[in-house]
Design a protein around this ligand. Structure first.
Ligand code: TTP
Ligand code: MG
Length: 280
């Protein structure tokens, strides 16, 4: 409904200002094709960089843990503790307590911490893979898009964050070689999130997870080069833990870059389905 937004806890309320972003109806305003944004040369001797993506509760940390003890692989779990304690401030809690007030500060700090993590130099010359739980790209094309589309983020804040992203992308090597998309149903991850009971996530609604799911789908499943040019490996994250671990084993060579996947080809039928669901 026009001018009404659903809060993280699922309540309806009027949008802060219905006129706050005149072009809000346009999908992904202001994005030009990604390939135009890069001046940086990716060093050929850096490790293979893979980012693990998927909805809240999809199992990203589990996958990272699975690969963490393998030789030559450096894993970077999400810096959630940094977000929970920045000089005594719990930014994650603040964001969930009042999303309109705190989302921009939270996402801004998330972006900064991601940049720090994603530009970490390899620990040693034997590091062949760097594996990240989410990425700078995720912040820009998933969370910021979703926040803007849902009215949590003012058009002006969105534009400033976009400028930051463009500058980083053009001047710093934040490139990734592969995205592993743990694709899940919002209903399944909703149950998992409830079961793990992180205090900050107590009010998280199914509606919010649906919005985030759609944002992942737009970013990774539509082959739209305004948002993503990185190869994507899609795994089914609705399965049981044992079945998911089987998928990791089966796809290990791809995940670790031994077998280059090339540009993901979403089947036309799937693409149509995703587009139809997203009303694109
Ligand atoms: P996730 O990054 O989804 O991590 P997770 O540990 O919940 O996922 P998994 O179970 O797959 O390992 O989110 C962590 C929390 O931070 C979650 O409450 C959502 C929130 N968050 C945002 O609100 N914005 C962001 O940009 C990110 C990265 C997280
Ligand atoms: Mg996690």
């Amino acid at each position: 409904m026009e001018g009404v937004i659903t809060t993280i806890s699922g309540q309806k309320r009027p949008a802060a200002s219905p006129t706050m972003s005149p072009s809000k109806k346009t999908n992904f305003v202001g994005i030009s094709p990604l390939r135009e944004l890069t001046n940086v040369k990716t060093p050929t001797d850096r490790p293979f960089r893979v980012s693990i993506e998927g909805n809240i509760g999809a199992g990203k940390s589990t996958l990272i843990k699975y690969f963490s003890s393998m030789p030559g692989i450096e894993t970077f779990a999400e810096p959630i503790e940094w977000w929970r304690n920045l000089q005594g401030h719990n930014l994650l809690e603040l964001m969930y307590s009042d999303i309109h007030e705190w989302l921009k500060v939270f996402q801004s700090y998330v972006q900064f911490t991601r940049l720090r993590v994603q530009t970490t130099k390899p620990k040693s010359s034997s590091t062949t893979v760097q594996m990240f739980e989410r990425s700078v790209q995720n912040n820009r094309f998933c969370f910021l898009e979703q926040a803007y589309q849902s009215g949590y983020l003012h058009g002006a804040d969105y534009a400033v964050m976009d400028q930051w992203y463009r500058w980083m992308r053009a001047n710093v090597d934040i490139s990734l070689d592969l995205i592993v998309y743990l694709r899940s149903s919002p209903e399944v991850v909703f149950e998992r999130v409830k079961a793990r009971a992180r205090p900050e996530e107590a009010g998280l609604s199914l509606q919010y997870l649906k919005e985030l799911h759609e944002s992942h789908e737009r970013w990774l499943m539509t082959n739209d080069e305004r948002f993503n040019t990185i190869p994507v490996l899609v795994l089914d994250a609705d399965k049981t833990l044992d079945e998911i671990v089987e998928q990791y084993k089966k796809n290990e060579n791809k995940i670790l870059g031994f077998e280059k996947t090339g540009r993901m080809k979403v089947e036309q039928g799937d693409k149509d389905k995703v587009k139809k669901t997203l009303s694109l």
